[in-house]
Write a protein that binds this ligand. Structure first.
Ligand code: F3S
Length: 65
């Protein structure tokens, strides 16, 4: 399964949790908002990416199959 992560940057409040939980997929950029640094989530990071999405306080992250 190829999963993708999307950050809605209009919704992100820059809390940084996603980059902390799953730094292989999410990074804080120079606007202090999260961005996705991979096209496809590596299989071994899928659970972490999902956890990051579930942990985002404003639900800015979507994980897509
Ligand atoms: Fe933003 Fe949510 Fe990550 S607020 S920094 S997308 S945990």
């Amino acid at each position: 399964m190829k999963m993708k992560a999307i950050v809605d940057r209009d919704t992100c409040i820059g809390c940084g949790l996603c980059a902390e939980i799953c730094p292989a997929v999410f990074e804080m950029d120079d606007e202090e908002l999260a961005c996705v640094i991979v096209d496809v989530i590596p299989e071994e990071e899928e659970a972490n990416a999902q956890e990051a999405a579930d942990s985002c306080p404003v639900a800015a992250i979507t994980i897509e199959d």
